[in-house]
Design a protein around this ligand. Sequence first.
Ligand code: ADP
Length: 260
Amino acid sequence: MSMGKLAGRVAIVTGGGNGLGAECARVLAEHGASVAVADVDGDAANRVAESISAQGRSAFGYRTDVSSEEDVKAMIAQVREKFGRIDVLHNNAAVLNADQRQRDRDLVNLDMEAFDRAMAVNLRGAVLCTKYAIPVMLEQGKGSVIFATSGLGMQGDMSLTGYATSKAALMMLPRLVASQYGKKGIRGNAVQIGLAPQHEMPAPLLEIMRDNHCTAELGTPRQIADVVAFLASDESSFVTGTTLVADGGFSSHTPSLVAM
Ligand code: ADP
């Protein structure tokens, strides 16, 4: 029997096959949760689930395209069947795409297909997973739904129009979950990240990033996953409808214009 602040809980992490999502899946499992790793890349989801299982913890992979209602319905039903309950849904799946950066640019040059895909995965996907997970949580009278938002949904950007728009819209979701289902024991919150901490960055960009963080170091995936684990657990039982910003102060800080 696992001990920890998520012992006995069941958590779904979408987009859990890679990057931040994979780290969140690992950390939730470390705190005792059984984790359903759902990703459109089924092999990646299985690899993460197997590596968690190899540590003596409980995880299972699901090939799920979160933008597909059929996929989401089936995944939620399978998780419930396998684990018996759903306590935590972390809506992490997203597309940003380096190649999309070339196509989904400023408004005038916007590639509508890329825009639609970003909205379908990042926004519609989170809405669909929430729509189908909440009825299971309502039966339990308890649940925590988490959304992955971004500083790019707060401040304008030269490109990534679809990503930024979808992340801005996503900021409404924790508030809706909190308002609509709070009395029934379900909490909704978001974790807002800055530049995804695990991504390789060119040296000049890295320097600008370092200059504009309030912390001594840039973030790590673990630091984001720790916030997700907090929002998932009873440690945050009075926190709902809000966004916890975990970006090392990047979005709270005015860039220094005068060299010191
Ligand atoms: P980051 O870690 O910066 O958030 P990654 O690209 O490493 O970004 O991770 C995003 C994850 O989301 C990937 O594992 C990817 O396969 C997954 N993903 C992308 N689109 C979908 C989708 N439609 N349904 C489910 N998962 C998706």
